[in-house]
Write a protein that binds this ligand. Sequence first.
Ligand code: ADP
Length: 161
Amino acid sequence: MRTAICPGSFDPVTKGHLDIIGRAARLFERVIVVVVVNAEKSPSFTVEERADMIRRATAELGNVEVETFSGLLMDYARHVGATAVVKGLRAVTDFEYEFQMALINKKLNPTVDTLFLTTSAEYMYLSSSIVKQVASFGGNIDDFVPEQIAEEVKQRLCAKQ
Ligand code: ADP
């Protein structure tokens, strides 16, 4: 069975992420969304909260699973037998970092390829940090995050003010 992993911080998951996950789910038999613990970022939601939000948002996608992981992604890929990492590319600004990661990962685990899916045009501007900024000022985020999680994100981030 062809398995791909979609890694990220997903703090919180956006419609841009969901678009990439859904497209990966059409290309692969099994997709594992991996919420990665990143010590350099200070997240608004715990990894479990983030994973739970993605589970709700992807409940209708039968071949998508959601897990959390701390460590080397290529070790995780080996552990689950994944042959690909699927990532979304928004703009040239994403490219340099993603290119570096793809090359390092290839070196660490040559059996895994990184595939880049071009963002859908309507989500090109969308990032978790933009969503958090808008929500923190009480702005409408309904166009930016999956409807299953919109209320939770609004309540959490607005309450912080
Ligand atoms: P963010 O930059 O939003 O914190 P993550 O680390 O959670 O992103 O991103 C996980 C993956 O999702 C990355 O490959 C990133 O490029 C991709 N991604 C994030 N937002 C979008 C979007 N709006 N369109 C396409 N891909 C996206």
